[in-house]
Design a protein around this ligand. Sequence first.
Ligand code: ZN
Length: 452
Amino acid sequence: MICMKRIILSLSIIFLVSSTYGQIIIQRDAAIEEMVKQVSTDSLKAYVTKLVSFGTRSTLSSTTNKQKGIGAAREWVVQKFNEFGKSSNGRLTAFVDTTTLKSDGRRIDVTTSLGNAMATLRGTDSADDRIYLISGHLDSRVTDVMNRTAEAPGANDDASGVAAVLECARIMSKYSFPATIIFVAVSGEEQGLLGAGYLADKMKKNNWNLDAMLNNDIVGNNNSSETNIIDNTRVRVFSEGLPFFELDKNAANIRSFGLENDGGARQLARYVKEIGERYVDNLEVVMVYRNDRFLRGGDHTPFVEKGFKAVRITEMNENYDHQHQDLRTEKGIKYGDLIEFMDFEYLRKNTAMNLSVLANLSKAPSVPQDVKVDVKNLTNGTSLTWKAPKTGVAKGYYILMRETTSAFWQKKFFTVQTSITLPYSKDNYFFAVQAIGEAGNESLPVVPGVSR
Ligand SMILES: [Zn+2]
C-alpha cells in the first residue's frame, strides 16, 4: 500500500513538472526528510498523557495549583520548550505570555489570567524578519463550557495539537532556519478564541511579519461518531476563499481577475497539500474550501481577520462522542475526550506534515518581489516579470500554472531568469511565481499584479 502511494506520487511529480529546458524532478530536501523521520509516536503519546494528567485545562481553572489546572499545564509546556531549547544554542526561548481578562458576561465570568505558552526559534538571517507560526490550544472543556472543575482530559481536543507543536519544537530546535518559527499552545480557545485573538492583535500592532500560520485543532482521532469509517490516511486543511480582511477594498480586483480562489489562506492550503504529501507517505491532505466547520470555530480565524495567511488543520472524520463531553457511559456508549480513543500513528503523520511545511517555508527564500503579468497588448501568450526576493538567495523560480477551474497547480516551469514568456494565454490560466532556495525549498507563490 505504502509502495503504491510512492509510485503514484513520483509519477505525478514527473508529470507535473517541466521546465523550458526539459523535464526536472522535484526531490525531497534531505534535511527535511531527516527531521520528518524523527517525529515519534512515543513522544507524542507522552505529551498527551502528561497534558491529560492536569485533570482539567479549562481556561477558568486554577492558575496557581502546581499539579492541576491550566496554570500547571502552561508551566509544563514552557518547561518542555526550555528543555528542547538546550540543543538550540540559545536560539529557542520560551515564556508564558499572559494577559488579564475581565468578566465579559459571556464565557469569562471572573477576572482571569490567560496565558499562551510560546517558544520562539530565532532565525539565523538577521535581515529576514519572516515568522512562521504553528499552534494548538492548551485549554480543554466538558459539556458545559463554564465548568472549570470536572475532569476534562481534552486528549484529542486539543492535546493532540499541542503535542504536534511540542514535537515540531523538539526536532526543529536542533536545526537552523533563516526565518523565525514560533511554537504556541494558546489558551482560551473554548471561551471564544481568546488566546489566539490576543496573539493576533499583538502581532498586528507590532507589525510582525507573520507569513503563515498553521492551526492544529483535533488532529489525532481516526473515526466518525456516525459511521464505521476508520481512516488515518487523510487530513483536512480548511482555508477561507474570499478574504475577510479588507474584502471591500479588494473586491473589484478579485472580481475582474477571477481571484476568488487565490487569496492568501487558499494559497497556503495548496502549499500545505503539496509539501505535506511530498514528505509524508500514505497521507492525503484534503483541501476544504471554507474557513471552518459548521457550528465550530478555530484559532486561525483571529489571524485571517487581521489579514494574515492562516489555515486550520483537522482530522478527516470527527467523533462527537469524544469532544466537549462530560465523562460518562450512557446506553453502552463511553463519552469523553480520552486518550484511549486516539490514534498516535495518525497524529505522527499529521505532525510530520506540519513539520515539513514549516521547515520548507522557513528554509525557502522570501517571495519574489513585484510579480507582474504584462497586459499591454493583446497576445495569446503570457509574459511575467518579477524581482529577486528581499531575503535569501533564489537559485531559480517556479512559474505555477493551472486552468481556471482547477483546484491545484497543474504545471510548473523553472527558470533562473526574472522574466518568462510562455505560450499559454493569460486569459485561460492562472499563474503564480515562487522563489526556490538552494536545497529546492519553495517560497509561497505570488499571484501577479497587472502591468499595463
Ligand atoms: Zn479544539
